[in-house]
Design a protein around this ligand. Structure first.
Ligand SMILES: Cc1cc2nc3c(=O)[nH]c(=O)nc-3n(C[C@H](O)[C@H](O)[C@H](O)COP(=O)(O)O)c2cc1C
Length: 221
């Protein structure tokens, strides 16, 4: 039995394509792994706090020396980090906004990038070598984009500060096993977008099949 954390980063609700793909992924996963525990973390529509001067002071104070005020200041961050530590598998839906991630998702990453909890320095003091503390976890990253060509070798590769950034930050925290589902072309609509949806859905189904679990019969809508 595994613990599955589902993180949705789109500010959109029903109109969000990343949410729909994440849900497809979760439904398939559940059919194949009914005993697994699921937890949803809303990010895109949650208004998570940005880190503040007090937050920084608290995070960089050794836990034993933190005042009550500092502990309260870090409580949301602690809750988010506890979830990550609990999870064996992360399923994240993240749109591309202005070639990066939505600011709400950036706020989330800032809250969970916690020294001493999700990462540390290799030697224990600043040495430029980061050691991730989130071990033995796998991430499925569902990226949604309006344009296309952001993959390696694509004409927009140099403008991809979204999936490359998410993978970098979570990689520093120790999550290096990442599989991606990419939905692109939303801004073009029509056939071009329909093809992209089909490709992303196919990818989800094939990824779950190769995960060592039995194939399931889908009920087409
Ligand atoms: C404010 C904003 C900025 C965007 N910036 C980009 C961008 O830089 N590159 C891109 O390819 N698409 C961009 N898009 C398109 C989104 O990535 C696309 O609509 C995606 O499907 C959003 O995810 P969602 O459907 O899960 O909400 C942007 C959309 C919005 C609303």
């Amino acid at each position: 039995m595994k613990n599955i954390l589902i993180v949705n980063g789109s500010p959109r609700g029903d109109r969000s394509h990343s949410r729909r793909l994440v849900e497809l992924f979760v439904n398939q996963w559940q059919l194949q792994n009914p005993a697994d525990l699921l937890k949803y973390r809303e990010v895109g529509r949650a208004n998570l706090p940005h880190i503040s001067e007090d937050w920084i002071a608290a995070a960089f104070t050794p836990p034993a020396e933190r005042t009550l005020k500092m502990k309260v200041c870090l409580s949301k961050s602690d809750e988010l980090v506890d979830e990550l530590l609990w999870a064996d598998v992360l399923i994240m839906g993240v749109p591309m906004y202005n070639w990066s991630v939505p600011s709400s998702f950036k706020a989330y990453m800032d809250q969970v990038m916690r020294i001493g909890r999700t990462w540390t320095f290799e030697s224990g003091v600043p040495d430029g070598v980061y050691k991730g503390l989130l071990e033995n976890k796998k991430m499925y990253l569902v990226s949604s984009r309006g344009d296309f060509g952001y993959e390696k070798g694509g004409h927009n590769e140099h403008m991809n500060f979204q999936s490359t950034y998410v993978k970098l930050v979570f990689g520093i925290m120790g999550i290096k096993d990442v599989e991606e589902v990419i939905l692109e072309n939303e801004e073009y609509g029509g056939e071009q977008f329909s093809e992209s949806i089909k490709k992303a859905e196919k990818r989800i189904k094939s990824m779950l099949r190769t995960g060592g679990v039995k194939e399931i019969t889908m009920c087409e809508a």
